[in-house]
Design a protein around this ligand. Structure first.
Ligand SMILES: Cc1cc2nc3c(=O)[nH]c(=O)nc-3n(C[C@H](O)[C@H](O)[C@H](O)COP(=O)(O)OP(=O)(O)OC[C@H]3O[C@@H](n4cnc5c(N)ncnc54)[C@H](O)[C@@H]3O)c2cc1C
Length: 447
């Protein structure tokens, strides 16, 4: 199982460790525990409560925000990741919260099942991915959290609440996207679907053509996304159709060339040159790898997710679907006007609306626009500007990706805000699961 979060012992102490996230922009100095059983989880929460300490859970550390940080007790769920049961009839799987999406996909496939939809990586934990409303693309499909049928949650006093659409339904409703603040998720039961393949077509297309056809493209394809390369007129597009035809996977060499060599190594080198010579970005952007045209048909989870070795920082906004192209034009216009030296592609996706109070897709068909910078290059001005554009379009920031919003203006973006806060106050009245991020974006527990 791939472990990308980095751990190292702080020389000063046997119990306190320094933890950093995948992107390397967040650090915690905290007492680290790696529980392996539910009773350990309960014991750790109770002990922290007795000592007046706060507790945060961390999955795979793939959030860019400080959402999983703690300055007291950090619970890594990397060893609490077993698949507990699968129900072939009902098409459900029950797992411990730290179960990794990729490991789950391999297991599900061996039983003829699959995730309904996935984002573009699959190394996250299920609890971590669902807690921030992790999504893929596809207007007929929802995010990962929407598949959650039931959960077991450990509350601020260490008691256990089982919840689903019938029992403790308010807890279930909110905790599907709990942003780490509603308690410690112990287990999750997820709805899955019969295994399917994806026929992938990846090709470069002109921006103008893609923007004009966006509505039709997201309607016609099961899963459609594109990456606009700043300072060029080009996009790299990906369309995936679900099917049960015989697989026609790429050869090992082809896959290595496209994903490891071009999309990661060459892209990494181009970005390092650009970081050293920002003035060259408009010229260098032309060398951002584009695939030409590639077509293959493979297991769904192998097509949804790709490896990412180039480290970057990211902001992603969810906006009403109809605002997606106008907002992208505004971002492009700003980059062109200011000559902002970024060439990291801007990712554009579309997802079905849902009914989860703090889901970024709550109540509306949603377009997602994500901007990235190579790690170590300036991002503040760019991200602030993009945020202002997205905010004007009624945008909601991805909880796991960088943003500058606070509870003061986020509350009005979520019709289910008060319902979420009521569950939060009930499950965690003294704030065991509070951290700086929760304080900032969800607000104090008792305002
Ligand atoms: C390279 C890369 C690609 C990405 N691609 C996508 C994408 O395609 N789509 C997308 O939507 N996002 C994407 N993301 C963002 C990522 O999916 C989210 O940030 C996700 O939350 C990370 O999962 P994790 O397991 O690493 O959780 P962490 O970052 O470790 O934690 C996230 C939150 O979950 C909470 N949490 C974890 N476990 C528990 C638990 N047991 N109980 C309660 N709370 C818990 C944490 O406290 C924290 O609040 C990407 C991130 C990276 C780095």
């Amino acid at each position: 199982m791939q472990r990308e979060a980095q751990w190292r012992l702080d020389s000063g102490s046997a119990v306190t460790e320094i933890w950093t996230n995948w992107a390397g922009n967040q650090r915690a100095r905290a007492q680290l525990a790696k529980p392996t059983t539910e009773s350990e989880l309960v014991g750790l929460v109770k002990r922290a409560a007795e000592r007046g300490q706060t507790v945060s859970a961390v999955g795979a550390g793939h959030s860019f925000t400080d959402v999983a940080l703690s300055d007291a007790v950090l619970l890594s769920l990397e060893n609490y990741d077993r698949i507990l049961s699968v129900d072939l009839q009902r098409q459900t799987v029950t797992v411990e919260a730290g179960a990794q999406l990729h490991a789950m996909s391999e297991f599900l496939w061996s039983r003829g099942l699959a995730f309904e939809n996935l984002g573009d990586i699959d190394v996250q934990s299920l609890a971590g991915a669902s807690s921030t409303a992790t999504h893929g693309t596809g207007l007929r499909f929802r995010n990962v959290s929407s598949g959650i049928l039931g959960m077991r949650v450990i509350t601020g006093d260490g008691s256990i609440v089982d919840c689903d659409a019938e029992n403790n339904a308010d807890v279930w409703s909110a905790a599907r996207v709990g942003v780490g603040a509603l308690g410690l998720i112990s287990t999750i039961t997820l709805r899955v679907v019969p295994a399917f393949n994806l026929r992938a077509v990846e090709e470069s297309r002109r921006l103008e053509e893609v923007m004009e056809g966006f509505d039709d493209l997201v309607a016609a394809n099961d899963h459609y996304e594109f990456f606009y390369v700043p300072h060029t007129d080009w996009t790299m597009t990906k369309s995936n159709q679900r099917n049960h035809d015989d697989p026609e996977p790429r050869s090992g060499i082809q896959e290595w060339f496209q994903e490891t060599f071009m999309a990661n190594r060459v892209f990494g080198v181009v970005n390092r040159v650009a970081a050293a010579q920002p003035k060259l970005v408009p010229q260098l952007a032309r060398f951002v790898p584009a695939s030409g045209r590639v077509e293959y048909n493979d297991r769904s989870y192998r097509v949804f997710a790709t490896p990412r070795s180039v480290r970057f920082l990211e902001m992603e906004y969810a906006i009403p679907l109809e605002s997606t192209m106008p907002a992208l034009m505004e971002v492009k216009g700003w980059i062109d006007r200011t000559g902002t030296p970024t060439m990291f592609p801007i990712e554009v996706r579309a997802v079905s609306g849902d009914d989860i109070p703090l889901s970024t897709a709550y109540g509306r068909s949603t377009g997602y626009i994500a901007v990235h910078v190579f790690r170590g290059t300036p991002h503040e001005r760019y991200f602030h500007e993009v945020e202002a554009i997205m905010k004007a379009h009624g945008g909601r920031p991805h909880w796991g990706k960088l943003h500058y919003r606070t509870h003061e203006d986020l509350a009005s973006a979520y019709p289910g805000w008060d319902a979420f806060q009521a569950v939060r106050r009930r499950l965690d009245p003294i704030g065991i699961f509070q951290n700086a991020y929760a304080n900032r974006v969800l607000g104090p527990l008792n305002p």
